[in-house]
Ligand binder design. Sequence first.
Ligand code: 16G
Ligand code: MG
Length: 548
Amino acid sequence: MPPSSLRVVYAFAREMHPKTTDVFIQYGTAGFRTKASLLEHVVYRMGLLAVIRSRCKNGRTIGMMITASHNLEPDNGVKLIDPDGEMLEQSWEAIATRLANVSDNDLESTTGEIIKEVNADMALKASVYIGMDTRYTSPRLAAAAVHGVMALKGTAKEFGIVTTPMLHYCVKCRNDNTYGTPTEEGYYEKIVGAFKNIRQKLPVAGNYNTTLYVDGANGVGGKKLNIIKKTLDGELDLVLFNLGGNGGKLNLNCGADFVKVSQKQPVGVEHVPYQRVASLDGDADRIVYYYLDDESKMHLLDGDRIATLLASYVTELLRASGAAQLRLGLVQTAYANGASTRYITDQLKVPVTCVKTGVKHLHHAALSYDIGVYFEANGHGTVVYSDVTKSTVSKIAQEGDTEQRKAAQLLLNFIDATNETVGDAISDLFLVETVLCARGVDVRQWYETYADLPCRQLKVTIQDRNTITTTDAERKCVSPEGLQERIDELCGAYASGRSFARPSGTEDVVRVYAEAETQEAADKLAAEVAQAVFDLAGGVGDRPTLPA
Ligand code: 16G
Ligand code: MG
């Protein structure tokens, strides 16, 4: 493309998507995310970048998702999806940030510079898939994305309202047609179809109850499950609530993040003791389960629980199919409850890796196992299977003895029901339901597999959160001097005491996590560590207080 044709980049910007704010914006852990009113020029520019990225990848398709996940309605965001359905390569985050922040006057020249720097061949075709969540600001932003793609002569394909994981799936399929068909229907056929296949092989048994309540967070996930529900013939009886409409607001007092953080039941549902409930987030890439007992006490089954459930079942199927040589591993972050890590190591005897917070780190680490199960405690996670795993299991499904063949065929269905590109609430829901059904257990029995250590999270505001630097997957502080020694000393005073402090990647705060044998001890330890952070790292505002 000759340089003169970059003129249209400026024309679109000036006429349709001008930059109207000087607020600096950064491509963070999960893309750009802020008030929707500040985003139109950013999304337009990401349309440009998606085309450049596609050309850098030999014309393979790139995805653009318009969503702010579990944030409240006024926010929105955009993130790019790489050709294999993973998050944008980290080294491009700085490029995205640069392009988002230049003035309209400098946009044309900066675009030209970036094209040169990344060595994009602008003569190639470029393809960009665009999806959005249910926010009322999303269609406008999706239109800005399309204009960005058009300005650099790429081809945009709009998917309308889809979950984030559906778009990841479609991008992957478009670039690798062995994975599936790149449409919403293709997604249902593969994922839901595999679940139904499993149900035919594993009839409902024991204490398993086919009724599942689902909190849709008033977002896109509930709407899609409403479509899926009509195609399930008694394999699962979905009772959906918080589907949007009736005044229900996106993520407000509902959804996975609300349930996990507040440990309260979402609005919009009556209390049925011991009923299994799943809660999705606004763009359906996170899921947690919970139930209330007969005293209305909440019992949460978060990402750690889902990870252990899936890992133990896959291990069982591997053994039964005679493929125990395939190495299954689990990936967690520092937030994983210590009891879950102990259970995985001591009972399941599965190796565990701990990595930094953020899905891309988990996903990457999981790829180093033949079968990698990764979950953040907040409910984002999935399972990834290597090519060797798939071919080994396929071979056994054909050639093994009767029992081995049966297990291997189940495992193949389980693999098909998994969205390997990214954590996916809908796919995870079907995987969890598969295991609970296969084991014939109810939600209480699932919960009783092991006992979580009581924990507490706090936030501390300091002058500059980058004063705190960490190592060992964020479990140890390197600076400021003396902080880690202090944390070690405080933890030493409590049975099973563990605590860490890390700068948030999404908010201007330091997060403190603590766990111990009792809730009182966890609360106290968290407050003491928060005080240490405040004192040693330049706290501002009120000094954190100890619990009364
Ligand atoms: C982002 C991450 C999430 C992480 C969270 C931590 C993705 C898609 N999302 O939402 O995985 O748990 O940030 O936030 O990577 P924090 O750094 O503020 O604690
Ligand atoms: Mg989300």
